[in-house]
Ligand binder design. Structure first.
Ligand code: PMP
Ligand code: GLN
Length: 378
């Protein structure tokens, strides 16, 4: 059978979660919460079934969900003004990224990827006939705009960006978007902006969307996920913001890929947006990050920078072991019974980085158990 992409047959997230289960290790690898979700969400899902949201939803999304997303985006700390022409509900962000790519790239087009990058980007480019062009982020995970400029050719169709960033938690600042905008001015390049950790920003860090930028918003897809926003990664629902023209291109593909998205979930999400307080989730997650950082203080890992946002913290293990990061992550799971993700998995050449990524979106007792296990071995 044809191999349609250069990705692995088993993603690093599935691999490490399976290993964690086999080894009965604490799983701080794949990014999913192990704590209870808001009860109101559960009740709304039951209400949706009772109210008979059991048949196909409209192709672009449940109208109430779209209306409430318009309001939600307007009420952000830095408002994003959108209308229904800009919003399409998607079955998760992975699908949103794939479909955005599928709707704009043709065979042979180049798509620039800033690495380390989320693992679905490259297979999604390749499955649509595109060619990934890699540009490394700087050591502090900021963009090297000089390198990015050099990577742009006549064949560049799109650039995929990710802020807040997985795995580093780095956030693009307004100035970064200005620089990107200057770079792509007078080109036809499309920006695909993965923004799934939008509301989970910590300390004084503000979230900027590519869609905030007056020039970029005409040429970008901004992609969001309720999975991370509401701690419900298994629901697999998100949404895509794009200009009316790009939304139309997106829907042209979407109507033949998924057509529409789970109607029960859409109803529940629409109603939940009416009561949801983003600041509460932000606070819960910042407490989790701080709890994790405080607990690991006396372990021999090195913290280069606190995560500014998201679910993850990168730590260096260079003082602990000379193993490759993949071997170290396997060793840590098997011996210390704590599973993490080797950061090399986010690079196309998979070269060892000396870093592993911990997911802190966990109950305090899970974090405490992980730290206890690590203390025993390190
Ligand atoms: N992009 C990034 C950066 C992610 O970390 C994830 C995982 N939540 C996704 C996309 C995929 O999101 P979803 O589960 O909604 O497909
Ligand atoms: N986004 C999650 C992570 O980075 C994983 C999602 C998945 O397993 N594909 O851990």
């Amino acid at each position: 059978l044809p191999k349609k992409h250069s990705g692995s047959d088993n993603t690093i997230f599935s691999e490490m979660t399976a290993l964690a289960q086999k080894q009965e290790a604490v799983n701080l690898s794949q990014g999913f919460p192990d704590y209870e979700i808001d009860d109101r969400l559960k009740k709304l899902l039951c209400e949706a079934a009772e109210k008979n949201f059991n048949q196909y939803a409209p192709m672009s999304g449940n109208p109430l969900l779209i209306e409430n997303l318009i309001e939600f985006n307007n009420k952000r700390t830095i408002p994003i003004s959108v209308s229904k022409e800009n919003i399409t509900i998607s079955p998760g962000a992975t699908y949103g990224i794939y479909t955005a790519l599928a709707s704009v790239i043709s065979f042979g087009d180049e798509v620039i990827v800033l690495e380390p990058n989320y693992d679905s980007y490259v297979p999604a480019i390749e499955m649509n006939g595109g060619k990934p062009i890699f540009v490394s982020l700087n050591d502090d995970f900021k963009v090297n705009f000089e390198a990015l400029k050099k990577a742009i050719t006549e064949k560049t169709k799109a650039i995929i960006i990710n802020s807040p960033h997985n795995p580093s938690g780095k956030i693009w600042k307004k100035e970064d978007f200005n620089q990107l905008s200057d770079l792509v001015e007078n080109t036809e390049i499309i920006i695909i902006s993965d923004e799934v950790y939008d509301i989970l920003t910590y300390d004084q860090n503000e979230f900027y969307s590519a869609f905030h930028h007056p020039k970029l918003r005409e040429r970008c897809f901004s992609i969001f996920s309720f999975g991370k926003m509401f701690h419900i990664t298994g629901w697999k629902v998100g949404y895509v913001l794009a200009s009316p023209e790009l939304s139309q291109a997106y829907r042209r593909v979407h109507q033949y890929l998924a057509f529409s998205v789970n109607a029960l979930a859409q109803y529940a999400l629409a109603k939940y947006l009416e009561v949801f307080e983003p600041k509460e989730n932000q606070k819960i997650m910042q407490q989790k990050r701080d709890f994790f950082l405080n607990e690991i203080q006396d372990l021999p890992f090195t913290l280069n920078e606190k995560a500014e946002a998201g679910y993850f913290q990168i730590l260096s293990f260079k003082n602990i072991s000379e193993l490759s990061d993949k071997d170290f992550a396997v060793w840590l799971t098997e011996k210390a019974k704590v599973a993490t993700i080797p950061v090399s998995a986010f690079y196309h050449d998979q070269k060892s980085t000396g870093n592993v990524r911990f997911c802190f979106a966990k109950k305090e007792e899970t974090i405490l158990k992980a730290v206890e296990n690590l203390r025993r071995y390190l």
